[in-house]
Design a protein around this ligand. Structure first.
Ligand code: SAM
Length: 264
């Protein structure tokens, strides 16, 4: 969402990011420089729905914990956020949920087909998999290793009336079932060979993997080939490759979704 032009006109001394993301009463701003707290106070006056203004300045570690700084208003990062008919139970100060993936999430609700068995190896609160789970007739297993994020995943499933779905609190590489999934979501940027090996173990004879690499703008093809070669090296055949750019990640990096049909 773009900012009211009034801010730019009346407060020319303030650095104002191009846009913001709204989650209920919360506004999240992303910017490389430290933003002035005055901007937060101006925003509180102009946007009546906004009670908390945070700057997001980093995301860290295997659990992808966001780093937020309160600019103005209440320090209350808890929200039940509704998007495309799905309720997400979020603590935006400790659970990753990218506003920039909104179109991806909506698309996945359409891509997954009734009757499929879906495994989400990096579920968070079901950021990606809740969409098909709510909008399609599917079976699913959602795996999340972080205990705090997992507790919010359970609440998210309850909120959407999906408590019978299977959520597992473990490192996805410890998942032992074989050849069950038609489709596997791997919504994690730092995929290693151990993750890919588990994905191939979980996949049916023919299945579709959704990978989410961050690729340098100058080497998109090499970035894709890297994953295709790793999968071949693990003994599977890649029979179809679809590459969709999700968003710009930083000036020279892009988030892509690689949709790979494999057979093993
Ligand atoms: C970047 S978040 C992405 C969430 C969602 N898939 C998306 O793309 O919006 C990655 C999540 O995977 C979890 N995670 C990381 N490594 C994992 C592993 N080995 N097994 C299970 N969960 C893992 C993290 O705790 C985090 O909640």
């Amino acid at each position: 969402m773009g900012f009211k032009s009034q801010i730019l006109k009346d407060y020319p001394h303030l650095t104002v990011p191009a846009g913001f993301k709204r989650y209920g009463h919360i506004m999240i701003l992303r910017h490389q420089q430290v933003l002035d707290e005055e901007l937060g106070h101006v925003i509180l006056q102009l946007y009546s729905w906004c009670k908390s203004v945070y700057q997001h300045h980093d995301t860290e570690g295997m659990s992808r914990h966001p780093k937020l700084r309160l600019l103005a208003g209440e320090d209350n990062p808890f929200v039940v956020y509704k998007e495309n008919g799905v309720l997400y139970d979020l603590d935006l100060s400790r659970i990753t949920f990218s506003g920039g993936n909104r179109h991806l999430r909506e698309r996945l609700a359409e891509t997954v087909q009734d009757g499929e068995f879906l495994v989400d190896m990096f579920a968070a609160v079901g950021n990606l998999s809740m969409q098909p789970l709510v909008h399609r007739e599917i079976d699913a297993i959602l795996i999340e290793q972080d205990p705090y994020t997992f507790s919010h995943l359970q609440k998210t499933l309850d909120l959407n009336g999906k408590e019978i779905s299977v959520a597992l609190h473990l490192d996805c590489r410890e998942f032992t079932q074989e050849s069950i999934a038609d489709r596997i979501f791997m919504g994690y940027h730092e995929i290693e060979q151990t993750h890919l090996r588990t994905a191939l173990q979980i996949a049916k004879h023919v299945a579709v993997l959704h990978l989410h690499p961050i690729i340098h703008t100058n080497s998109i093809n090499e970035g894709i080939e890297n994953y295709v070669n790793q999968i071949r090296g693990l003994g599977a055949t890649v029979t179809d490759i679809q590459n969709i750019k999700v968003k710009d990640y930083s000036p020279k990096l892009e988030h892509h979704e690689l949709i790979l049909q494999i057979s093993k």
